[in-house]
Design a protein around this ligand. Structure first.
Ligand SMILES: [Cu+2]
Length: 150
């Protein structure tokens, strides 16, 4: 059927242009952290990664902590425990969001408390895209997501 074929071609053109719009560079966005108590030794940061082609997050670092590690959460008996990850796969075109209760970036040995309203740099190193530096915005101690844009 001629009409049906035309529609199929039109649909594939739309899909092709949407795919084109997504090509580009790996992007890290919505980086945030919770404010920490004055004497806290560790902090946690979360963010979203989008990659046009498959990649892998290999390591993280920040000047606010002695060490930064990629962690995940898993059940150990009846309790949720944190476990370090060697890396995190980023599939093509599918955003990966680090968030409370799941994968996160652990800031170990903070040089000072993370204060609400402040921000700090975080460097992520990817297997293919190389390094990306992002600015992490510090929210309230009980924040559940990135602060709204002001
Ligand atoms: Cu952790």
């Amino acid at each position: 059927m001629v009409g049906g074929k035309f529609l199929a071609v039109a649909a594939s053109l739309i899909i092709a242009s949407a795919a084109l719009a997504q090509t580009g560079q790996l992007e890290v966005s919505d980086a945030w952290a919770r404010a920490t108590p004055a004497k806290a030794e560790n902090g946690v940061a979360y963010l979203t990664i989008r990659a046009p082609t498959p990649d892998r997050l290999l390591s993280v670092s920040s000047p606010v902590a002695k060490k930064a590690e990629l962690h995940t959460m898993e059940m150990a008996g009846m309790v949720m425990k944190m476990r370090p990850l060697a890396g995190l796969d980023i599939p093509a075109g599918q955003p990966v969001t680090l968030k409370p209760g799941g994968e996160h970036i652990m800031l170990i040995g903070l040089s000072g408390p993370l204060r609400e309203g402040q921000s700090f740099p975080l460097t992520l190193t990817f297997e293919k895209a190389g390094s990306r530096e992002v600015t992490v915005a510090v929210g309230k101690p009980g924040a559940t997501g990135p602060a709204l844009q002001r």
